[in-house]
Structures are given as C-alpha cells and as structure tokens.
Design a protein around this ligand. Sequence first.
Ligand SMILES: CCCCCCCCCCCC(=O)SCCNC(=O)CCNC(=O)[C@H](O)C(C)(C)COP(=O)(O)OP(=O)(O)OC[C@H]1O[C@@H](n2cnc3c(N)ncnc32)[C@H](O)[C@@H]1OP(=O)(O)O
Length: 207
Amino acid sequence: RLLSSEKVSDKNHSLPKPCWGKDMRLLFDQFMKKCEDGSWIHLPSYEYIATQRSQDFPTFIHASELINKEKLSQGRLFTKSFEDGLGFEYVMFYNDAEKRIVCVFQGGPHLQGMPGFFHGGAIATMIDATVGMNAIVSGGIVMTANLNINFKRPIPLCSIVLINSQLDKIEGRKLLVSCNVQSVDEKILYTEATSLFVKLNPEKEFD
Ligand SMILES: CCCCCCCCCCCC(=O)SCCNC(=O)CCNC(=O)[C@H](O)C(C)(C)COP(=O)(O)OP(=O)(O)OC[C@H]1O[C@@H](n2cnc3c(N)ncnc32)[C@H](O)[C@@H]1OP(=O)(O)O
C-alpha cells in the first residue's frame, strides 16, 4: 500500500450505507441484478488505491522524486475525504463488452457551489473519476491529459445522478473517453464531457 496511508480503512465504499437515498439503493439493486449474468461488474471503491498498478505508479511517473514521502503516508483518494453522506457517495459498474462504466453518484451537502447546487469542481471530480476508471480498466496506468466539460444544467445539491461513460477510441498510448451526467429517470441531461487519458510510458523522462 505504497501510495496509501496506514490510517485509511479497508472499507469498501461501494456497498449500501445508511446515508444512501432511496434511488441510490434502487439503482444499486438494479445494477447488481445485471451483474448476475456477468455482463456487468460491480467495482469496489476504497480510500486508497491498493491495486498493483498504484504500487508501480512511482516508477511510471518519473516524477516520483517529487513525491513528498512523509505526506504520502496521509494520502487518501480525494473523493474519500468527506464523512459518509457529506461528499461523494458513488458506486461504479463496468460492462467490458461495451467498454462502458455507469457511476451512480449521490452528492452530499458539502459539495455546494452556488447556493442549492453542486460545485462545478465536484461534478468535474466525479466525471474524472468515472472516465478515469474507464481508461484504467482498458489502459492500465494512465493520467488525465485533457477533460472538456459542458455544464448544460445546474445539478441541485444532494441529487442522485447517473454518469454514463464510454471508451470511444484507443490510439497508441491515448484513450478517448466520453460521458454524460443525467437524472436517474434519464429525462434531464445535466452535463456532457470528453476526455483524453495517456498511458504512462515508463521509459519516458519528463522534461
Ligand atoms: C491506479 C488506480 C486508480 C483508480 C481510481 C482513480 C481514478 C481517478 C483518475 C484520475 C486521474 C487524474 O486525475 S490524473 C491527475 C491530472 N492529470 C495530470 O496531473 C497529468 C499531468 N500531465 C502529464 O503527466 C503528462 O502531460 C501526460 C502523462 C498526460 C502525457 O505526458 P507523456 O507521457 O509525455 O505523453 P506525450 O508524449 O506528451 O503525449 C502522448 C500523446 O498524447 C497527446 N497529448 C498529451 N497531452 C495532450 C493534451 N492535453 N491534449 C491533446 N493531446 C495530448 C500527445 O500529443 C501525444 O499524441 P501523439 O503524438 O502520440 O499522437
């Protein structure tokens, strides 16, 4: 657990919690049902990134000498830095055949931007996490090179929304992933985004 702090827990945050709303639980149950035939996979979500990929990350990034070693021990995924229910509550499901990730996201009251609505940075964070996960499952150790977001409608604070992400193209080390954010009844399109992820090249030194 090189990139994580000793203090973070092994709690899987992608399982139902008391703070999840009705729609969050309903959608969780619907997608868990879709997982029964193996077409969809329920992705776990922890406070740190304990996969082998994150162990390898420093050798890939070449900027590892920049990493502040003692601060590293306090490292925790940004989306896991709020108390349950106050920040980012989410669960992701992956469909390998379609190269899609659906994220059911319930934002908490501490994600406010304009009064009564989500902060654009909070929406961008969940988009980055969802398209990022889509790029990671297909591309391994990647970083976001470009994220373009069209905020079409403000999202009311504490909404539960669906983030639909699709891997569109892989070109060498580049992965292009698009997504949109909709209301759970899919009647309202809140946000659209495109992104470019680049697979880190272990041979490449940063200038
Ligand atoms: C672990 C489990 C986690 C699991 C859970 C976590 C999931 C969350 C994921 C969050 C991810 C992040 O937030 S990452 C944090 C935000 N991102 C960063 O800090 C990245 C900072 N930027 C970089 O480190 C670098 O610029 C890279 C790695 C992105 C690219 O550098 P590089 O490796 O040298 O690549 P380079 O040769 O320059 O470019 C390769 C190709 O990509 C193109 N390219 C590169 N950048 C761009 C760009 N902005 N716009 C267009 N095209 C671009 C180049 O033209 C080239 O195309 P061609 O000539 O080949 O055609």
